[in-house]
Design a protein around this ligand. Structure first.
Ligand SMILES: Cc1cc2nc3c(=O)[nH]c(=O)nc-3n(C[C@H](O)[C@H](O)[C@H](O)COP(=O)(O)O)c2cc1C
Length: 349
């Protein structure tokens, strides 16, 4: 039985309002399927921006197919809306949105499971109609109340409000979850998910208390036994992280949070030269960052490559078993809310 049923669980068709959010540019079909199988919503991540974007599309399609072959339950894809310095949407976004829609059209078994598109980074206005017409739920991740209002007005079904402590691509205005989430839930009528810093039932209970209807996590799911696609050294570096070991550096779409190491220091030094690019051009620098992130994940180079993680890594010491963890987290949140209500009752009487 689902301990927490609300607008979000009904809209998406999941048992628990717990999402494994996009972890691009990395491989997450197995992790996504494990989270969906556990009653949450797993997400297949975007596979990067290779020079050969057709190859990127084939990889993305293969990841979608792999996830669909591993679960019968709903899952999502995450596609950031990349924007260049003139405000133009980068070609990879169009290509990956098209890839997801075509995969559903071609295969009814994928259409039955791939039920949600989560956009992030830039404004997704030009994709709302296509996603809705395909019968998909559209979630969009925002870093400010202004972006949340704009996305809801454009017709997205769910807003994911991202606090600055989050892992990976962080909002450019450094607003933290405790301030952002209630602002967003007051400002929009659609269901809101909290992302950034959640790791257990206490985080989910807090999200519900702030007016959100669920949580979307990254770091907690990276550190799970289901995440067998990532190099063990990457996962160990997150388990070993202490408070203060993370830093927000200049990422791909804006700030990016990861571990403080020689690669993040190199970026900080480069930012001191020629508008951030240092000796490299902007495109070259972006490609270097993505390749560096991927090297950390595939080769386990955690000292000289960019290791993305949320601040919450400092509070995580163990790997969880996703199948057991997701329902336990939902039950823990419901239990906390019930016991708080009961304690208030006894104070009042
Ligand atoms: C390794 C890593 C990669 C990420 N990649 C993406 C991405 O491609 N697209 C995106 O929207 N968010 C990305 N994020 C953010 C997550 O989807 C999620 O919002 C974030 O991890 C939440 O913060 P938490 O790590 O404290 O749970 C990434 C986060 C991490 C840690």
């Amino acid at each position: 039985m689902s301990p927490i049923v609300n607008r979000y669980t009904r809209l998406v068709g999941v048992e628990h309002p717990i999402v494994q959010e996009g972890l691009g540019p990395f491989r997450t079909p197995k992790l996504a399927a494990a989270v969906s199988e556990a009653g949450g919503l797993g997400t297949v991540s975007m596979p990067g921006m290779p020079e050969d974007i057709a190859q990127g599309a084939r990889t993305f399609r293969a990841h979608i197919e792999e996830c669909a072959s591993l679960t019968d339950r709903p899952f999502a894809v995450n596609i950031p809306v990349g924007v260049d310095s003139s405000g133009k949407v980068l070609p990879f976004t169009d290509v990956y949105i098209r890839t997801a829609l075509e995969a559903r059209e071609a295969e009814p078994e994928i259409a039955r499971r791939l039920r949600v598109v989560t956009t992030s980074a830039g404004f997704p206005g030009s994709y709302v109609a296509a996603i809705k017409d395909a019968g998909l739920v559209h979630q969009h991740k925002v870093g400010s109340t202004r972006q949340a209002v704009k996305a809801a007005a454009a017709g997205v079904d769910v807003v994911i409000a991202a606090g600055f402590e989050m892992g990976g691509h962080a909002p450019s205005k450094a607003v933290h979850t405790f301030v952002l989430i209630p602002n967003v839930t007051e400002a929009v009528d659609v269901p809101v998910l909290l992302t950034g810093g959640a790791r257990d039932g206490r985080g989910l209970a807090a999200a519900l208390a702030l007016g959100a209807e669920g949580v979307a996590m990254g770091t907690r799911f990276i550190t799970s036994t289901a995440n067998s696609d990532w190099h063990p050294a990457y996962i160990q570096a997150l388990l070993d992280a202490e408070e203060g070991d993370d830093v927000a550096f200049d990422g791909v779409y804006g700030p990016c949070r990861g571990l403080r190491n020689s690669a993040s220091r190199r970026l900080a030094e480069a930012a001191g030269h020629r508008g951030g690019a240092g000796e490299m051009g902007q495109v070259e620098l972006t490609r270097w960052k993505i390749e560096s992130m991927q090297r950390a994940q595939t080769e386990g180079d955690v000292t000289d490559s960019l290791v993305l993680t949320g601040q919450v890594a400092a509070a995580i010491r163990d790997l969880v078993d996703v199948a057991e963890f997701v329902p336990r987290m939902a039950a823990e949140a419901a239990g906390i809310l019930r016991s708080l209500a009961a304690r208030l009752g006894s104070v009042a009487s």
